[in-house]
Design a protein. Structure first.
Length: 431
């Protein structure tokens, strides 16, 4: 039986795996390393976060982004955006040097066992039946892709006419076409800019009446008074951002209704300062409008756009890209056994799982991280920055769940295969 299975090999999964190995565990890690960055972001995109706020986490702090940049003979400088491709390469370097081997297979099912632990099924990468084995603990580090939001009127369109912004590692398929991007955040604005710069006719549809743009970050070294008024944080300058980034444990103790409200309102849609000039000279924006209806029309799509005043205007386009964010919810996790999903305690009225201080859900041995944990721990869990806070605490929780007398699986030890049982649902309110 495996002591720990990590589902996902992005910044959170790799960081947790690194800390687990450093603690003497031998986790099995599943997923395509840095998949979201390699498969869902086209060339020409840049990190919005500062380089010093974009580190994966290892126990000794030896494999940060600056160390990778130095190994490549370059410097990751504050105030200079880094290409997404460079960050993806950094993640692969981290995986090769600071984490245990990753199995590039997909976990398709996690089921609870009556006696504790889980039955886990992973595909074999080739369409076969795959492998089923037992695990004492499971960490879900599944990233954001399972939680994509697409506006209701767009969901009935065929996939060749609508997609989400995370679906595109290459935008060249849209050359010579007309594309409508829905949204007002960085993904929408940068996607639209890249489309326009390659010659695609593009417009942005935004419910807001103006776009928000981040400003050029001030130098790291500033007079004391400026720092006191607006300290640097991994989420931007300011005391609110400092609280979100430095005190996730305090955030978790807030009432569930407060956490849910902050999660949905803090750090709202905004474009990066370095994108603004490029965007404004090349992209049309339709402000104060939302999609009321979308229907196929002669091989294209007709969108009915309704304004805040109630007027409707029709636009015909070749393709719609929804850059409309992500909503974490257990209902989107098809790999989790349905009884297990329904048994988990959630944050207030949301569909996101409640966790304790080490990211363990109300089902013993099941841990969640990243976006799934953001309604519990706050906005920093929506960003790579949150991986540093998360990794060590998750491993501490795993070790607590395993107990000091845990027996690690030895090479060659046969794996058990048992039928799934009923879920254990007792809640342990740990800190």
């Amino acid at each position: 039986m495996q002591d720990l299975v990590v589902v996902g090999a992005g910044p959170y999964g790799l960081s947790i795996a690194s800390h687990a190995a450093g603690a003497g565990l031998r986790p099995r890690v599943f997923g395509r390393p840095m998949a979201a960055w390699r498969d869902g972001m086209p060339p020409g995109m840049f990190l919005k976060s500062e380089p010093w706020a974009s580190n994966l986490s290892d126990p000794k702090g030896a494999y940060g982004l600056a160390a990778y940049a130095a190994a490549q003979g370059v410097e990751a400088r504050h105030g200079v955006p880094l290409p997404v491709g460079f960050f993806a390469s950094y993640g692969l370097w981290f995986a090769a040097n600071a984490a245990p081997p990753v199995e590039e297979r997909t976990v398709t099912a996690v089921r609870p066992r009556a006696g504790g632990g889980f039955e886990v099924t992973a595909d074999d990468g080739g369409g076969g039946r795959g492998e089923t084995f037992l695990a004492r603990t499971v960490v879900l580090a599944v990233g954001v892709r399972p939680f994509t939001d697409v506006p209701g009127p767009l969901r009935a369109l065929p996939p060749e006419r609508v997609s989400h912004s995370v679906d595109h590692a290459d935008l060249t398929r849209f050359k010579g076409l007309d594309v409508t991007v829905v949204g007002a955040g960085q993904a929408a604005l940068e996607t639209a800019t890249l489309l326009a710069e390659q010659g695609t006719a593009v417009r942005v549809v935004a419910r807001s009446h103006r776009l928000n743009w981040n400003t050029l970050p001030p130098p790291l070294d500033r007079p004391f008074g400026e720092t006191a008024r607006a300290p640097h944080t991994g989420l931007g300058c300011g005391w609110k951002n400092w609280l979100y980034s430095q005190t996730p444990g305090v955030f978790r103790r807030l009432p569930a209704s407060t956490r849910a409200r902050v999660f949905t309102s803090a750090l709202g849609p905004a474009g990066a300062w370095w994108l603004r000039e490029r965007f404004e000279r090349s992209v049309e924006v339709r402000f104060g409008e939302s999609v009321a209806a979308a229907v196929p029309a002669d091989g294209r799509v007709r969108l009915d756009l309704v304004s805040a005043r109630g007027s409707v205007d029709a636009v015909t386009t070749d393709h719609v890209i929804a850059a409309t964010g992500f909503t974490p919810g257990l209902d989107r996790l098809g790999l989790l056994d349905e009884r297990l999903r329904r048994s988990l305690r959630t944050v207030g009225a949301s569909a996101a799982p409640e966790t304790d201080g080490v990211f363990e859900t109300s089902h013993p041995g099941l841990f969640v991280t990243g976006l799934l944990s953001a309604p519990s721990f706050g906005p920093s869990m929506r960003f790579v920055f949150g991986a540093t806070y998360t990794a060590g605490r998750v491993v501490r929780g795993v070790r607590r769940r395993l107990g000091t007398g845990s027996r690690h699986e030895r090479p060659g030890e046969p794996r058990e295969t048992l039928p799934a049982g009923a879920a254990q649902t007792n809640w342990m309110d740990r800190f």
